[in-house]
Design a protein around this ligand. Structure first.
Ligand SMILES: C[S@@+](CC[C@H](N)C(=O)[O-])C[C@H]1O[C@@H](n2cnc3c(N)ncnc32)[C@H](O)[C@@H]1O
Ligand SMILES: Nc1nc2[nH]cc(C(=O)O)c2c(=O)[nH]1
Ligand code: SF4
Ligand SMILES: [Mg+2]
Length: 248
């Protein structure tokens, strides 16, 4: 087994140092590694190249054109760990695609990172619909959980798994990060908060958008909604700094 990663350019794994642009660790220097493949298909996914492959059958998404090129690279877990450690940066953010789809290989990769740097802080970005394996879970400091609301275009029975949402809500390492495009989307957030008892300290709302103007416009009404509800707002710092660019 090996890890299947996304690529920046063909043959080049998406592995880079940047600032964490979103959520509880916003602004912290981090190494990012982006895994390929996803179990969902969000309408506005900013990394559709990790899953929108030719021949990929997603009955609930008949409105998207699938790409012909795979944008994937397979790599040895130990080699990826060595490359991560070489940055000398004390935080690792594992993202995708949906990283928890590759939990066994990911656990081996992270174990090798830990062996090289016991103090490394390790975060996983996840859509929250997949359970980590116990071996992986034991190695993780923080989960950034972004459950997908109705406006993502995913059916709720695929995206919102009750026992998973309950488990994340009860895990002090898990920060929720809801992507919001219109004020109507907030109604579903309120419902999930009530159903699962999500605490406001670990709940972010984040504007949907891949350009600064859109993020700014949506942040204005999002800020007032967060003030009213006691939630936190997160921007997308990397978009302001680098635009919607692979490997940033
Ligand atoms: C590309 S996803 C990868 C991790 C995982 N699949 C997930 O959805 O959380 C990384 C983060 O970007 C967010 N995201 C993706 N497209 C976005 C967009 N157009 N606007 C705002 N956030 C977006 C996701 O909700 C998630 O928090
Ligand atoms: N700088 C930066 N911060 C991020 N935080 C979460 C990201 C992601 O795509 O998961 C991301 C990303 O792609 N870039
Ligand atoms: S769950 Fe994440 S990677 Fe998958 S389609 Fe949605 S935003 Fe993209
Ligand atoms: Mg991103």
């Amino acid at each position: 087994m090996a890890l299947v990663l996304a690529t920046t350019t063909p043959g080049e794994a998406e592995l880079f140092a940047s600032l964490q642009g979103e959520g509880a660790s916003l602004g912290r220097p981090s190494v990012f590694v982006r895994l390929s493949r996803c179990n969902l298909a969000c309408r506005w996914c900013d990394t559709a190249y990790t899953w929108r492959f030719s021949g990929d059958n997603r009955p609930h998404r008949d409105d998207i054109a699938f790409e012909r090129t795979a944008n994937q690279i397979t790599a040895d877990e130990g080699d990826i760990a060595t490359r991560i450690l070489a940055f000398g940066v004390p935080r690792l953010v594992v993202t995708g695609g949906e990283p928890l789809l590759q939990a066994p290989a990911l656990a081996r990769m992270i174990a090798a990172v830990r062996a090289g740097n016991e103090a490394m802080h390790i975060e996983i970005e996840t859509n929250g619909s997949v359970a980590p394996t116990p071996a992986l879970d034991a190695l993780i400091d923080q989960y950034n959980v972004s459950p997908k609301l109705a406006h993502s275009g995913n059916p709720a029975d695929l995206a919102l798994i009750p026992e998973r949402l309950a488990a994340w809500a009860a895990d002090p390492r898990a920060y929720f990060k809801f992507v919001i495009a219109t004020p109507d989307d907030l109604t579903q957030v309120r419902e999930l908060v009530a159903t699962y008892g999500i605490v406001p300290e670990r709940l972010f709302v984040m504007p949907e958008g891949t350009d600064s103007a859109t993020l700014r416009e949506r942040s204005r009404w999002l800020a007032q909604a967060a003030i009213d509800a006691g939630w936190r707002v997160t921007d997308r710092l990397h978009i302001h700094l680098y635009g919607d660019t692979r490997g940033t």
